[in-house]
Design a protein around this ligand. Sequence first.
Ligand code: BES
Ligand code: ZN
Ligand code: ZN
Length: 489
Amino acid sequence: MLHLKRVDLKTEKIDTLIIPVCEDRDIHTDSVLLSLVKQAKDLKEFTGKKDDEIILYNISGSKVDRAIFLGMGKVGKLDAEAFRSIAGKGVKKCITYGISEISISVPDASAVLLEDSVVLESLMEGACLGNHLFDKYKKEKKQKPIRTINFLVKKGTVQQFKHLPFKVATICQGTILARDWVSMPPNDKRPDQFARTISAISRKEGLKVTVFGEKELRQKKFGCFLAVSAGSRSQPRMVVLEHRPKTSRKTIVLVGKGVTFDSGGINLKPSGSLEDMKTDMSGAASVAATLITAAKMNMKQHIIGVLPIVENMPSGDASRPGDIVKSYDGKTVEIGNTDAEGRLILVDAMSWAVKTYKPHTIIDMATLTGACVVALGEKIAGLFSFDDQLAQQLLDSADKTFERCWRLPLPDDYKELLKSDLADIKNISSTRYGGAITGALFIAEFVEGQRWAHIDIAGPSSITKADDYCSAGGTGFGVRLLCDFLEKF
Ligand code: BES
Ligand code: ZN
Ligand code: ZN
């Protein structure tokens, strides 16, 4: 679907060409492109300012049928994200026009003061991610994704970056896979179904797949996990995915919260808070999609994905506030609030994974707290770790992929807030403040001594309004971040 191409615009016919333009400087070097841009800028209505756009048809001096000029503003303000956005915007526009093949003119990297690889990779990512539609549940499919997207580059660039289309497409397919899972309605992804879907794709890509059902979870004494599933008629599952290349040094475990619907349980959420709770399995979706992507890319690292999958429902069998349950590692936990269920399923999964695999590093990704959304908004995830190096590595990947994370503290004295009068620990804090931190501190109690990071993605896992390269629904946040991190691990 993505192609790198060198074309002679004087002689080759192009149906649709997207041309990014800056207001203060030429960012292309090809003479035909320069003349096309000049003709667009000669018109009053287009200056190249950010969000400016104009379409010209059959311009003289070229064989381009339709040239879509998209303004990017001032050169000095350009970064990788600006290129993702512009490509996503262009692709979305062409989808609405029903176009099946487009070309994007890739600006000269030195003119935009960035690396060739950054400009190219970002354009490809934006185009690929912007080309995704979630219309599975619509009888009439009004729009179709674009079939072929060509990236027009200079001589030499095609050869130098010939690996890039596959890499970008593979990673973005991972993001899209996670997006689709998150957007899927909760009646179609009850734990057994979701586990089967993940398993089938994972096996196809060569991952080792193990699935624990309720009986095994009971035998293994996953007390906290089972306390969450008790209220649902759907049985829980724990899916374990393993990518094990022939030679690998370090083992990394990724754990993803997989609550396919979070009603809150007996501490039932009010309406208004319930509608989005099908997205509470976003962590599991991103971790599963990352493992699948790692397998497709033959990554060199030994990676384990651990996905506790469950539905949190109220019923006569549901856990109650006040219940005390025993975790996999033997600690007693007082359930202060059945809506703080994510941490309960995570700690059992994580203790099991640490015991089983003795990993070098363990990272969990979870839509854990509304408090994290209050703190950082809907676009930035909370990052927690005692390990500065691990935190920095994740922050670097967050920067690179624009799946933004902000590190929050794990203060020792806040641990007190999780004290229980009767049990070893309580799953909620005694104050209503700092909920993202106390959520993370609860998990920390179960991974003592491990090289661990927790990423709270309650904000960025889904969006209600489409942006430049993502439609409303699941965002697949975390897949590109984790893939970048893993490649450097
Ligand atoms: N799944 C929610 C967190 C959430 C909130 C995700 C908003 C996405 C958007 C989680 O299980 C939850 O309900 N957390 C409670 C914790 C509280 C009871 C300590 C919360 O954040 O209110
Ligand atoms: Zn909850
Ligand atoms: Zn939840």
